[in-house]
Design a protein around this ligand. Structure first.
Ligand SMILES: [Zn+2]
Ligand SMILES: [Zn+2]
Length: 289
């Protein structure tokens, strides 16, 4: 090896991305450029819900639930980052039940992609793309002016779904609050644990859809914490001045029947009504089953 080729090989090894111990497959592989802690191969296998089939609940497969319920839901819509496949179930299980904290940045970053989807959808609803008129086509500067009127949508508040005290003791953390924390930092939107769980509901996974819905009625209430309430009313004052509805996103790890999200939204809506303010409530979850 000539001194020059040795030097080039050294540079090449410095430039080559180092392998990482992937949090999903456990192999030492080339890291994903976009998601922290996993390899490029596992990133390629993530079941993103990039085109939800149901615009209401963000489901990736045909959805009878939204049409079946018939009643006006307390949320505008839900968006979820991924489909709850066995690989995703295992990933969430390792985080939630086995406390693998290192997974938090990965899951948070994935939730952020659902936030961007929700944002794009709301902007599309509020400011549908305008078809330029004949006059605007003739005068380009007019068209540019119209385009500039598009305002970026931003949520006012993230509200995590609470867990009961006994579950908090058991797990040591609330996974929804952790996810909300990460999104809050990434997007600069305040996060507030506005709700508490008033009933300790048994594990939802063993229940039928009807049982889950009946279970969730009155399961949540507004937190009695004075600091939380002070922070909430201070957020309200800025929104009240603008005269628009408060934009709230409820955050959870998984959306199954939506009964948890709807119950939380109901509690938040009651609170807002008490303050005499209108609210548009949305939800974001990491996975959609
Ligand atoms: Zn991997
Ligand atoms: Zn749906």
């Amino acid at each position: 090896m000539t001194p020059l080729s040795g030097w080039l090989a050294g540079i090449r090894s410095l430039l080559a991305p180092a392998g990482i111990h992937c949090l999903i497959c456990g192999h030492n592989s080339r890291p994903s450029a976009r998601l922290p802690g996993i390899c490029a191969g596992c990133e390629a296998g993530i079941p993103w819900i990039s085109r939800p089939r149901c615009h209401k609940c963000g489901r990736h497969v045909g959805c009878p639930d939204c049409s079946r319920s018939g009643q006006s839901a307390p949320i505008v819509c839900n968006r979820s980052a991924v489909a709850y496949t066995p690989v995703m179930r295992d990933l969430l299980g390792r985080y939630k039940y086995r406390g693998h904290e290192r997974l938090a940045p990965l899951l948070g970053q994935m939730l952020d992609s659902a936030y961007l989807q929700l944002k794009a959808y709301i902007e599309h609803l509020q400011y549908p793309p305008q078809v330029p008129t004949e006059k605007q086509n003739k005068y380009h500067f007019l068209r540019r002016k119209t385009a500039n009127l598009t305002i970026e949508w931003q949520a006012d508040l993230l509200v995590p779904v609470p867990v009961s005290d006994s579950r908090l003791t058991e797990r040591g953390f609330n996974q929804a609050e952790r996810l909300a924390d990460i999104l809050s930092r990434l997007r600069g939107i305040p996060q507030l644990p506005l709700l508490i769980r008033t009933q300790h509901t048994a594990k939802q996974s063993f229940k039928s859809r009807a049982e889950r819905i009946a279970d969730m009625k009155d399961a949540f209430a507004v937190s009695p914490d004075e600091q939380v309430n002070i922070q909430f009313s201070s957020r309200l004052s800025t929104v009240k001045a603008s005269g628009r509805p408060l934009q709230i996103i409820i955050i959870d790890d998984i959306y199954t029947t939506g009964s948890t999200i709807r119950a939380c939204a109901g509690a938040v809506r009651l609170l807002c009504a008490g303050y005499g303010i209108e609210a548009d409530i949305y939800s974001l979850t990491w996975a959609r089953s």
